[in-house]
Write a protein that binds this ligand. Structure first.
Ligand code: BGC
Length: 464
């Protein structure tokens, strides 16, 4: 046993699992901020409209500012995540989240408010892939799925928290406090992540072997980590991972897979429900404001609960089966929703509620967490940050396009055809997953990289 291993053991790595859970829990605060800051605007906008006398165009710009920021943040930060490290990238996002939230809270005019939301959006864009990446690189293979899924649980809890905070401050027109609230988890994230170590995989790739071994020993406990260290060093391609590497024949197929999954996660309509649930419920026949608020909170709750259900399943059942079950449930419930609208009347109301519950539950159990998990797993180490950032950018861009076109689509095609269209896209998603998505359950990240270099087909990566 070498001295580093001894030191780490002596320094008390008795509960490595507990430590990894603390690491995952802290990094997942980034997910909470992602959820909170995308959700909070829906309640705040009602008061801001009056406060600043916004035109419909200014309102649209304000609502979409965070999405635009997220697109820019994700694509511009990819290289930095590989150069600076995962920990530093998350630390920077915590600072931007804090500054952006405060800026929104104190904004004296619409321009400053838009600037604040753009900044928050940039932080969301960076955090959305760096947090899963960091957790995935720290976690042992058998727990990786569950631990990375904590991030999705935090996203869904953040969305729910935003609804609650909006409801709590609404009676006093407190839109500034709604935004200010977001600074709290951001500060905790910053302090927490500063106290945690850098990802051992990143350290090893950047010639900081001793530190890498020390961290790995701490998170794996007393076991000899040298085989894992050698595995990482042997399979990782050294070098800075230039932009051109993304388009190498080794990386391109997995990049295609990540980007396609990103698009599928969005074009199957999740955010039409998350952002427009009240509109859908109203179209289905619920007229009162109360009933649409209750229905929206219900959507948020089902989302959180079913993500909890997915956590123990993801490392047991595996990523592919969950994706397939998820997309099937989503497709069937969307078709039912479309049918419900076709029938109309009282029945249509209840078909609407039931279909949306099944739809959200199906998303939460598979496509929601599995996309973010897979993009933290499938890319080679030397370009992992950049490749994940491209997939993340594709996700935010598709989110932006779907959110922007949903209402026009409803107007142009009508409810029935719109939801049937989303159902058809779920079927396309099922075909894609069957044909291209690998099963990464329990597989060390280095095996996936080894198979990539051996040019095995996507479906067979990590299959042994
Ligand atoms: C998606 C978001 C979505 C959220 C809902 C995430 O995985 O990327 O677009 O709003 O899930 O829970």
């Amino acid at each position: 046993m070498d001295s580093i291993t001894q030191t780490a053991e002596a320094s008390g790595a008795k509960q490595p699992r507990r430590f990894v859970k603390i690491v995952a829990g802290t990094a997942a605060l980034a997910g909470l901020l992602f959820g909170f800051d995308t959700g909070v605007i829906s309640g705040a906008i009602l008061f801001i409209k009056g406060a600043f006398g916004l035109s419909p165009f200014a309102e649209e710009v304000l609502v979409s500012a965070a999405l635009v920021g997220a697109v820019c943040g994700s694509i511009l930060s990819g290289r930095f995540t590989d150069l600076l490290g995962r920990k530093r990238a998350i630390l920077i996002t915590a600072v931007i989240f804090t500054v952006g939230s405060i800026l929104c809270a104190v904004a004296g005019n619409i321009e400053v408010l838009i600037l604040g939301r753009l900044a928050v959006g940039v932080a969301i864009g960076v955090a959305s892939y760096t947090a899963p990446l960091y957790i995935g690189e720290m976690a042992p293979p058998k727990l990786r799925g569950a631990l990375v899924t904590l991030n999705q649980l935090a996203i869904t809890s953040g969305i729910l928290l935003a609804y609650v905070v909006d409801a709590a401050f609404a009676p006093s027109d407190g839109w500034r406090l709604m935004f200010a609230f977001g600074a709290l988890p951001a500060i905790v994230l910053g302090i927490g992540i500063a106290a945690l170590p850098e990802s051992p995989r990143w350290l090893l790739l950047h010639q900081r072997k001793d530190e890498g071994i020390k961290v790995l020993t701490r998170i794996r406990g007393s076991q000899n980590v040298m085989p894992e260290v050698n595995d990482i060093l042997e399979h990782a391609e050294p070098g800075s991972g230039k932009l051109a590497d993304l388009f190498s024949p080794i990386v391109l197929p997995v990049l295609f897979c990540g980007v396609a999954l990103a698009v599928i996660q969005q074009i199957t309509g999740i955010n039409t429900v998350i952002y427009y649930a009240p509109t859908i419920f109203q179209a289905a026949g619920f007229r009162s404001a109360e009933s649409s608020i209750i229905a929206t909170a219900g959507v948020g709750l089902v989302n959180v609960l079913m993500t909890v259900v997915s956590i123990p399943l993801i490392d047991r059942v595996g990523r592919r089966p969950l994706l397939l079950i998820s997309l099937t449930g989503m497709g069937v419930s969307l078709a039912a929703l479309g049918l419900g609208f076709a029938i109309g009347g009282e029945t249509s109301k209840w078909i609407g509620v039931l279909s949306l519950a099944v739809y959200i539950g199906s998303f939460a159990i598979g496509l929601g967490p599995v996309f973010w998990l897979l993009i933290s797993e499938i890319f080679p180490l030397n370009v992992r940050g950049q490749a994940a950032s491209v997939a993340t950018m594709a996700n935010w861009l598709s989110n932006f396009v779907v959110s922007l076109t949903f209402l026009s689509l409803l107007n142009a095609l009508g409810s029935v055809r719109t939801f049937i269209l989303y159902a058809v896209l779920c079927a396309v998603g099922i075909w894609f997953c069957l044909r291209f998505v690998p099963e990464t359950k329990g597989v060390p990240l280095e095996w996936i990289e080894r198979d990539l270099r051996a040019r095995r087909p996507l479906r067979k990566l990590g299959a042994g």
